[in-house]
Design a protein around this ligand. Structure first.
Ligand code: AHR
Length: 524
């Protein structure tokens, strides 16, 4: 009897769960109420001298058998060009606070040590000119991180003079002799990196003094970057969710509010990795639904952190002149077995595609404050776009998310209201569906919808105000399992495929596959 009762109750619970999962998700998109611009800079990348992020990932040298242009691999350039990367943060990371630019210019390069990342030698073959050439080849812009930890204001000031002056100074002549007579454009300058930890373990006050000095003396002389086109300076901001980071954020923002004419800043950096706990222990491949749910729960904390730092910034900068720059974010898992632990090598699964979409949507919803972000890291390190192994290259699910989100670059945010439903795994309940909408620069409406539920499809019904849809079509990215990956042997296992919505009674109707990211445009 007891067994029968238990079976009946369990069946009822499962039926309810299934009913909830099957419930239609209704989205309401109001095109008549456009919001902020989604700054294309939120699709920025981070490329550090770390493991095979630069060496082998980007730089193979001009004598390599791997097809390259002036030492930079062609396959990687072609893949990156296609996702229109707006900016690349370089040379670090922790590496930046030990980087001395002079060792990376000229015919003879000093061999140094990369003491942060694996203690390996650094050939300095990829230096300033190679980085700028790489940007040119992929069609991107420089976000340079200057060395505050072990460098001097003079060293950083001379780097910027070397890069940007058109006048016939000794440094300009040296730049010209090294192959680039015209001044380079440096639109973004990071003043230090994690100065509260690997960047010198500074107190907030000490850092603020450094910030003022670097902001004052590290100048950009490029005539094209004066007035409205000035180089934007980004100060070190908070890391995790500890009280010391609130103190840090207060100190930097308060100093900025009370600033004198002699210095300024335009952005405050924020770092937040999805890691759950340190040291990173979650596997990047060969995991199950429990780890899927735990990681996604953790990644959604990005929103709360942005709210927290924005609230402090609002106190000192209600006009939102200072951008919150999330210049390190992404999933940080345990190193792949057999890899150098200092190289931060991990696989990239369908879970990471979902994670990327959820974070990009959070940034888009905070478009008024979050105007730049850099996923860590571009190639072969952490949540990368691309993985390489000698001459082989594979594009990750995260790469395809960036490709699908291209229409959102500089698009105008359009509000979407919806009841997300819920997806439960063990003790964890998450919103089942996430969505954003935006009008691109040509006025076309785009919708992104993520189905977090790895088991059930999501039936979506979209009501549009201010536009009568004729059709909607686009692409969807899903995979057989949450831990499915693209490998060198099966590089096309996960790729976007076409999807179309039905139009019924003026509404868009579509079904999102389990664990999928979908982007469609609406034709009117
Ligand atoms: O991205 C790897 C490292 O993480 C960066 O060098 C550092 O800034 C952060 O702690």
């Amino acid at each position: 009897m007891l067994r029968l009762l238990t079976t009946v109750v369990l069946t009822a619970i499962l039926a309810t769960a299934n009913f909830n999962a099957q419930q239609k998700i209704e989205l309401a998109v109001d095109v008549s109420k456009p919001g902020e611009k989604i700054n294309r800079n939120i699709f920025g990348q981070f490329a550090e001298h770390l493991g095979h992020g630069i060496y082998e990932g980007v730089w193979v040298g001009p004598d390599s058998k791997i097809p390259n242009t002036r030492g930079i691999r062609n396959d990687v350039v072609n893949a990156l060009r296609a996702i229109k990367i707006p900016n690349v943060r370089w040379p670090g990371g922790c590496f930046a606070d030990e980087y001395h630019w002079r060792k990376g210019v000229g015919q003879t390069r000093a061999v140094t040590l990369n003491s942060n990342w694996g203690g390996v030698t650094e050939s300095n073959s990829f230096g300033t000119h190679e980085f700028m050439d790489f940007l040119d080849q992929i069609g991107s812009e420089a976000y340079l991180s200057v060395n505050v930890g072990s460098g001097t204001p003079q060293e950083a000031a001379e780097w910027l003079e070397y890069l940007t002056t058109p006048q016939a100074t000794t440094l300009q002549k040296e730049r010209a002799a090294n192959g680039h007579p015209a001044p380079y454009k440096i639109p973004y300058l990071g003043i230090g990196n994690e100065s509260w930890d690997c960047g010198g373990n500074m107190t907030p006050d000490y850092y603020v003094s450094q910030l003022k000095i670097y902001s004052r003396f590290v100048r950009n002389f490029n005539p094209a970057q004066q007035g409205n086109n000035q180089m934007l300076k980004i100060a070190v901001g908070p890391g995790g969710d500890e009280p010391r980071f609130a103190e840090w954020t207060e100190a930097v923002m308060k100093a900025w509010q009370n600033r004198q004419w002699s210095w300024d800043m335009n952005g405050l950096s924020m770092h937040n990795y999805t890691v759950v706990r340190w040291p990173p222990a979650f596997k990047s491949t060969g995991f199950g639904e429990s780890e899927y749910a735990q990681i996604l729960k953790s990644t959604l904390e990005m929103d709360g952190l942005i709210n927290k730092w924005s609230a402090i910034m609002d106190k000192y900068d209600p006009q939102k002149k200072i951008a919150l720059v999330v210049d390190e974010w992404g999933a940080w898992y345990a190193p792949l077995p057999g890899s150098n632990p200092g190289f931060l090598v991990q696989q990239n699964s369908q879970r990471d595609a979902i994670l990327a979409a959820l974070n990009l949507n959070i940034f888009a919803r905070h478009a008024d404050r979050v105007r730049m972000a850099n996923i860590a890291q571009m190639i072969n390190v952490l949540q990368s776009m691309i993985m390489t192994d000698k001459e082989k290259m594979v594009l990750t699910p995260t790469y395809y998310v960036y490709k699908m989100y291209l229409p959102f670059q500089d698009a105008t945010f359009v509000p979407v209201t919806f009841n997300a439903g819920s997806y439960t795994q063990g003790q964890i309940t998450l919103p089942r569906v996430d969505a954003i909408a935006a009008k691109d620069t040509a006025g076309k409406l785009w919708l992104e919808m993520t189905n977090v539920d790895p088991n059930q499809p999501a039936e979506i019904e979209v009501t549009l105000t201010g536009i009568t849809p004729k059709s909607a079509a686009g692409e969807t990215l899903t995979a057989p399992r949450v831990d499915s990956v693209n490998t060198f042997d099966a590089p096309n296992a996960i790729m976007p495929k076409s999807i179309a919505a039905k139009v019924q009674g003026g509404k868009l109707i579509l079904k999102l596959e389990p664990k999928s990211v979908t982007v469609v445009s609406v034709e009117k």
